[in-house]
Design a protein around this ligand. Structure first.
Ligand code: SF4
Ligand code: SF4
Length: 277
């Protein structure tokens, strides 16, 4: 109880004093940095108001306080994690060894992040190509509508046993498996310069799924209908081949290969339609 009281008291008094100091030195400055570097401006103000030594003292105390609190966080999170690792996952490893690796692991990770050039603030925004429902939640209905447009399914007729199904070559299976991994996340639409909110472009995901179902011996029953849809406005001709989709896809689906193959299929269909007339 005594410790809790003294901790709260020291925290409140420290925050109040440092806030008063910041308010009286730098409050209202128009170009004040919105991060911890405002301390440098505060130190410069104090140098002018009190003397150069006071600015240096302020920076030294600030650096020590920041270093101390960072060390405190690393220390107690490592203690907790080492305890959990020892009792639950790694009973043979000593707690002090786990603590050692956790502390230096965090220090190493921090150095790697700094050396990689990552900096704050990290902006978290909802996807821009979809209607925002709330916070980061977006409405991806256009993706499901696109799948419905291209008949993104294998037609099965009847409730009786259909047998083992048609045979598919292993290489074909491999390619189809890659396509089948689409999770409809929408990343390919988000980065595509051809996709805008409300426009008709069907997007790379639906084109990939069209190829998946066109490649299946039973799904190929709807192949011509799918290609007809993809030859309409908003179909494959709207793809500008920027190739952003294949770069971003978290499932590493070969989207540009799929787009190229569907392009060949639509061209073939166009010629066949022409000859039939
Ligand atoms: S980014 Fe990949 S996984 Fe996500 S919707 Fe597009 S194709 Fe599917
Ligand atoms: S290749 Fe470019 S234009 Fe075509 S779907 Fe992918 S990102 Fe969009």
């Amino acid at each position: 109880m005594e410790q809790v009281f003294s901790f709260v008291l020291v925290t409140v008094v420290t925050i109040a004093l440092t806030s008063l100091l910041a308010h009286s030195t730098v409050f209202g400055q128009p170009d004040l940095a919105n991060n911890v570097s405002f301390l440098r401006t505060e130190a410069q103000q104090l140098q002018q108001m009190v003397g150069p030594w006071f600015g240096m003292l302020f920076l030294a105390v600030g650096a020590f306080a920041l270093f101390g609190s960072a060390m405190g966080i690393i220390d107690y999170t490592s203690r907790l994690a080492a305890d959990i690792l020892k009792t639950t996952y790694l009973p043979r490893v000593s707690e002090s060894r786990a603590y050692f690796w956790l502390v230096w692991g965090m220090v190493g990770l921090g150095c790697a992040i700094l050396l990689a050039g990552l900096s704050q603030p990290i902006t978290l925004e909802p996807m821009s190509k979809f209607r925002v429902l709330r916070d980061l939640i977006v409405d991806r209905t256009r993706m499901f509508e696109a799948l419905k447009r291209v008949k993104g399914w294998i037609p099965i007729d009847g409730t009786y046993d259909l047998g083992p199904g048609p045979r598919i070559a292993p290489e074909q299976q491999e390619f189809m498996y890659q396509l089948s991994q689409c999770i409809t996340c929408g990343c390919c639409l988000e980065v595509c310069p051809q996709v805008q909110q409300g426009n008709a472009f069907i997007g790379a995901a639906a084109i990939g799924q069209s190829l998946l179902f066109n490649s299946h011996p039973t799904g190929a029953m709807h192949k011509d209908e799918r290609l007809d849809i993809l030859m309409q406005p908003g179909g494959i001709a709207d793809c500008g081949n920027a190739q952003n989709c294949v770069e971003i896809c978290p499932k590493e689906i070969p989207l540009t290969d799929a787009i190229a193959e569907v392009g060949r299929q639509t061209t073939g269909k166009w010629f066949r339609d022409l000859l039939r007339r």
